[in-house]
Every structure is written in C-alpha cells, then in structure tokens.
Design a binder for this molecule. Sequence first.
Ligand code: ARG
Length: 259
Amino acid sequence: MKKKFLSAFVATMMTMVFLCGCGAATAGEADNGGEASKETLIVGTNAAFPPFEYVGDDGKPDGFDIALIKAIGEEIGVEVQIQDMEFDSLVSSIGNKIDVAIAGMTVTEERKNMVDFSDPYYEAVQAVVIPKGAAIATADDLKNKKIGVQLGTTGEFIADEIEGAEVSAYNKAVDAVNDLNNGRVDCVIVDKNPAEVFGAQFADQVEVVAGENFDFEPENYAIALPKGDEDLAVKINTALKKFKDNGTYDSLVKQYIEE
Ligand code: ARG
C-alpha cells in the first residue's frame, strides 16, 4: 500500500516536472520535431527589390539577401523566418515585430540612431531609370524633373535634395517604374542592381543611366540589428567574414547578382 502510494506520487511529480519543462520553453523557440529546438530569428525584408529580394515563382521570398541570411542562420544555429513588409517600416520594427532586417539596406547616420548595422556586405550606388532616349545624362538634367523613388529609401533622400525636383514616393520601386512608363514621372532614382533588373524587364520602354555624371556617393548594404545586441552582431559578423573567406559569398554573388 505504502509502495503503491509512493509510485503514484513519483508519477505525479514526474508529470509536473514534464509539464513545467514544456511551459518553460520561451517564445521564439521553434519545435522542430525531436531535435534540440532552435531559436527563431525573425528577419524583416521588402521582397520587391531584385536581385536582392523578390517573391520567387513558388510565392516565397528569394534573392541574394534571403540566401545570405539563411546561410548565416544555418551557421549561427538559428531558424530563419522571413517576414515581408514595407521597406519604410523595417527600421522601426526591429526589436518588436522583427529581430533583424536584410533588405539591400544602406547604412546611414539617420538609421544608426535607431539600429545597429552588421559589417557591410555589398557596395552599391544609385542609378537613374529614364524613358528610352530621354535627355537625362548628368546631375544638372535632374533639376526641375518629376522623379519617382521608393518611399523611405536613399533614392528618395537624394531626390529630395535636387533643385526644383517634384518627388513622388511609391511603396515599391517597380510602381515608380510603372509610372515612368505611364509618363507620370520623368525618371526614377533607385539602386543600380534593381534598376538594371527593371531595365531588362521593360527593355522596350526604359534605359538605365548610371555613373559619375550624377555624383552619387557609394553606399554600403548591411544587416540592420537591434541596438546594443553585441552578441548577435559578433555572431553575424563572424559568419559574414567566414563566407567572404570561404567562397560562399562569391558563389551567392554569381548565383544571384551576376547571373
Ligand atoms: N539601398 C536603399 C536604402 O537603403 C534602398 C533599399 C530598398 N530595399 C528594398 N528591399 N526595397 O534606402
């Protein structure tokens, strides 16, 4: 009788320990069926910026940045979950809706007031998309023009400084290009790699002009991180460095950017 009571007691205790153990799993840990559960890294992006991020044929975000952050996730042992959102809300969503952001995002002093950045992973520059044959070739030609940009991007910040420019900001860069094709804007200022993708996509209507005539400053893309999270920054920077050293980075460039 006593023994029976004892084993019932032990069984009850074990059940309690088991239940408590489960309840203690913190939010953010994913259950991946039996394996040690990995922490989830929620990564914000704006998947309308080819070749860095776009929605693939399977309806899922793809592109250089997506492949890069997935490789980093693998390397540092976290489960990457991509969250597609407006570019303009990425920075303010870090630390609440998302953990980090990768979105061809240029390091700027303004943004550094709100977030930290990883080491830069890509050097970029702005370009100008114009209707085929339009007479826009230098910084002077941009004055007093109707300029389309993506909302909250460095392209917008540059356009805002151009004398007499009438700037229209769109949620997606491609919408600005569509309005260029409709004649609602005279040109679009957008990062060079996506500009070239749009240039190829609308090859009959537009062309891309880039280069020193516009005196656009070089820009650096980096991953935006929560302010002060040294631990995460070190992990991500270490992974980035490893990928630059071991060829992973170059093969992603070949696959997504130079293809
Ligand atoms: N490099 C520019 C910036 O940081 C544009 C980035 C836009 N990225 C995107 N995924 N829509 O402002």
